[in-house]
Design a protein around this ligand. Structure first.
Ligand code: 13P
Ligand code: SF4
Length: 304
C-alpha cells in the first residue's frame, strides 16, 4: 500500500477512536500494522482482563471471534467490534454445545475446564475457563480429582504433565500448532545450536518434550526479555516474531516452522479497522441466555 494512504488510514483510525471513546486491542499474532495501531497488545488472558477493565464505550477487538465474544461476555454494556466477522478459530469449532452436552451427560459431576478458544455457547456449559497462560493454575484450582478439558487435546496433555489430577481430553487441536513436528524442531535446533526453543502448549507433547520453555505468547515475550540467551527458536504462530523482535531488538528469533501461519489471525486490515469504527460494523453481541452462564466460567478464570 502507498505509504501516504496507509498513514491517512492510521490517522483516521486514531481520530475515530478518540471521537467515539474506543479502545483498540490486538492479539500478539495480528499483522504488524494492526499491532502498531492498537492501544494494547497481548495474549488471550491479558486481553480478557483488559476487556473487563476498560472505561471505553467501544472495544475494537483485532483477533478472532471467540476473543470478541469473551469481551462481550465480560462487558455487556459496551459495543464490541470485530472488524472481520469471518475471522474464526478452527479449534474453537471442534467442540459444539450439543457434543459437549452429550459428553457431560455421561458423567454430570465431572468439572469441565474450557480453553478460551471456544464459542460462548460452549463456555456456557463450563465450570471454569483457562488460557495457555493459566491452564496449570486453573487445573490446580479444581477441587475434584478428575476433570474434562476441552477442546485442545495438546493443552490438556501438557496440563496433565504438571498436575497429579486426571485430565480427560477432547479431540480438538489448533491446525497450525498441531502440525509442528519433532523433526522440524530438531532441524532448527541443529541449524541454531545456541538458540533456546520456546514452545506454545498448543503444540504436540512430543514437541513440548524438546522445549527449553513452554509458555503463552506473552509469556514467550517475557522469557526472551529476561533470558541471557540471545537467540530463540519460536514454536508458535509466526505473527509472534514481530512483537518478540520489537521488544528485543538485539536478539534473534527463528520460526520453528514458517508454515505456522494462522489464516484467520491475518484477515483484519487497517481499512477493516477504520471501516468498523466509522460504521460501527462487525458488532459481536452474545445473547443474554448464553452470556449469563458463560460469564460464570470466564469470571472465575479472570478472578483466579
Ligand atoms: P495465547 O496468546 O493466549 O498464548 O493464545 C494463543 C492462541 O492460539 C490464540 O488464538
Ligand atoms: Fe485458533 Fe490456532 Fe488460529 Fe489460535 S492460531 S486462532 S488456536 S487456529
Amino acid at each position: 500500500m502507498n505509504p501516504n494512504i496507509k498513514q491517512n488510514i492510521k490517522n483516521k483510525i486514531r481520530q475515530l477512536a478518540k471521537e467515539k471513546n474506543a479502545i483498540i486491542i490486538a492479539h500478539n499474532y495480528q499483522p504488524p500494522e494492526i499491532q502498531d495501531i492498537a492501544d494494547l497488545c497481548g495474549d488471550s488472558l491479558e486481553l480478557s482482563i483488559k476487556a473487563s477493565q476498560t472505561d471505553a464505550d467501544i472495544i475494537v477487538f483485532c483477533g478472532v471471534k471467540f476473543m470478541a465474544e469473551t469481551a462481550s461476555i465480560l462487558s455487556p454494556g459496551k459495543t464490541i467490534l470485530l472488524p472481520r466477522l469471518d475471522a474464526g478459530c478452527p479449534m474453537a469449532d471442534m467442540v459444539t454445545p450439543e457434543a459437549l452436552k452429550a459428553r457431560i451427560a455421561e458423567n454430570p459431576s465431572m468439572p469441565v475446564v474450557t480453553y478460551v478458544n471456544s464459542t460462548a455457547a460452549v463456555k456456557a456449559l463450563t465450570t471454569i475457563c483457562c488460557t495457555s497462560a493459566n491452564v496449570v493454575r486453573v487445573a490446580g484450582s479444581i477441587k475434584e480429582n478428575e476433570m474434562l478439558m476441552v477442546p485442545d487435546r495438546n493443552l490438556a496433555n501438557y496440563a496433565a504433565t504438571k498436575t497429579d489430577k486426571i485430565i480427560h481430553t477432547w479431540d480438538g487441536y489448533c491446525p497450525f500448532h498441531d502440525a509442528l513436528t519433532p523433526k522440524q524442531v530438531i532441524k532448527q535446533k541443529q541449524a541454531h545450536p545456541d538458540a533456546l526453543f520456546m514452545a506454545h502448549p498448543e503444540c504436540r507433547i512430543e514437541v513440548l518434550e524438546l522445549a527449553d520453555m513452554i509458555a503463552s505468547t506473552s509469556g514467550m515475550i517475557n522469557i526472551a526479555k529476561e533470558s541471557e540467551s540471545t537467540s530463540f527458536i519460536v514454536g508458535t504462530e509466526v505473527g509472534l516474531l514481530y512483537p518478540l523482535q520489537k521488544a528485543n531488538p538485539g536478539k534473534t528469533f527463528y520460526p520453528a516452522s514458517t508454515a505456522m501461519e494462522c489464516v484467520d489471525m491475518k484477515k483484519i486490515t487497517l481499512a477493516d479497522v477504520a471501516g468498523s469504527l466509522e460504521n460501527l460494523s462487525g458488532e459481536v453481541k452474545v445473547p443474554e441466555d448464553i452470556r449469563v452462564p458463560a460469564l460464570q466460567s470466564v469470571k472465575q478464570m479472570v478472578e483466579l
